[in-house]
Write a protein that binds this ligand. Structure first.
Ligand code: M6R
Length: 359
């Protein structure tokens, strides 16, 4: 069943290109995006959206907030389900409440959904499992089309979640007439190229395999990024934590100087997400500050960067989402290769279950 791969997580990482094709099937037309599950008139009624989830799905939600505000111009709030449930939240009665879940069975996410429904809000589930508890409880659903995900560390479901949110942002932007023809064309063109961006390049996988042996010691990792690369940094750190058991933290790069930079030294490995197309000079200067404090820098970037101790080169794109997806694959494989070298069971990490059905 692993079809020649060592682990399901590895197989699922390699499947992402096919998953992206499935997600886009029937959804890109001449006039833009079609999301038949959600009538445009229904969507247009809402003045805001709340995205609620746990773990990796929460990181997808954070990414979605950038996309929804930028493309649909809809005020977006993101909530961790376990916190949301107990803090007596005040919800926008004219807003849409959306949950994101691979399994559709995560207890906190399900309860958050019920809470919003009980307050009379319309609800949307972005979910990978049809007929799951979350799908049954939501008023509307967009199925993620990632296929069965077996690895405890989520890979292709994250891709599917971010894709679904991106499609929703464009679709909603169209419905609200917020997208210029030029922007729409640019988004559609980028969507069509994701398939290529998420395809694992043997050159990159081989490089990560060789590089991983240098990063098995030390006292921890920082993953840093800005804009949509901040939630991606959180996701990269979570992947590494889950399967390697090494300490890793994701941080918005601009926040480092507000405290965490005190930790910087040569044994602190900083994985810097340095896209060409998004706040490049800003992240560069954040990394310069860390390098000046002797942090060891692993730069994921499109070009030579003199301060990097190691560079993982990705292809240059003119759209941040394409750099996002290509970097995402790098982070998934980096975590995998480090965990394998440490002798861990990547598909069954200690203390974790695929689906968290208790709070
Ligand atoms: O099934 P869900 O998407 O609701 O699960 C949420 C989290 O438990 C899940 O994303 C978890 O963080 C993964 N193990 C991450 O790889």
């Amino acid at each position: 069943q692993k079809e020649g791969f060592r682990y399901f997580m590895e197989k699922e990482t390699y499947e992402q290109s096919a998953v992206v094709s499935d997600i886009l099937t029937g959804r890109i037309g001449k006039g833009g995006i079609r999301l038949d599950e959600l009538p445009a008139d229904w969507l247009k009624r809402f003045s805001s959206i709340t995205l609620c989830a746990c773990g990796t799905s929460y990181h997808a939600a954070l990414t979605g907030a950038y996309l929804l505000e930028r493309l649909a111009k809809v005020p977006t709030r993101v909530e961790i389900a376990s916190e949301f449930r107990y803090r007596e939240p005040i919800l926008d009665p004219t807003g849409l409440f959306a949950v994101i879940s691979q399994s559709g069975e995560t207890a906190d996410t399900l309860e958050a959904l019920k809470l919003a429904s009980a307050q009379g809000l319309e609800t949307l589930a972005l979910c990978n499992v049809d007929n799951s508890s979350i799908v049954r409880a939501a008023s509307h659903t967009v199925l993620l089309r990632a296929g069965i995900e077996k690895g405890v560390a989520s890979t292709k479901a994250f891709t599917a979640q971010v894709m679904a949110l991106w499609l929703l942002a464009i679709y909603w932007g169209q419905a609200r007439s917020e997208l210029s023809e030029e922007t729409l064309a640019r988004e559609l063109d980028a969507l069509r190229r994701v398939r290529v961006a998420v395809k694992v390049q043997p050159r990159v996988h081989d490089r990560l395999h060789r590089l991983s042996k240098r990063y098995l010691h030390g006292h921890g990792f920082f993953f840093i990024g800005r804009d949509i690369f901040y939630p991606l940094a959180l996701e990269g750190a979570l992947k590494l934590k889950e399967i390697s058991y090494l300490h890793a933290e994701g941080y918005p790069a601009g926040e480092m100087k507000h405290g965490p930079i005190a930790l910087a030294d040569a044994e602190l490995f900083t994985v810097a997400l340095m896209p060409r197309s998004c706040l490049h000079e800003k992240i560069k200067s954040n990394v310069e500050e860390l390098s000046a404090r002797d942090a060891t820098i692993v730069a994921i970037t499109t070009e030579y960067f003199e301060l990097a101790d190691d560079i993982i080169q990705i292809r240059a794109y003119d759209h941040p989402m394409l750099e996002f997806f290509e970097m995402m694959v790098v982070l998934q494989l980096l975590a995998l290769e480090i965990a394998v070298r440490l002798g861990n069971d990547v598909d069954m990490p200690r203390n974790l279950a695929k689906s968290v059905t208790v709070e």
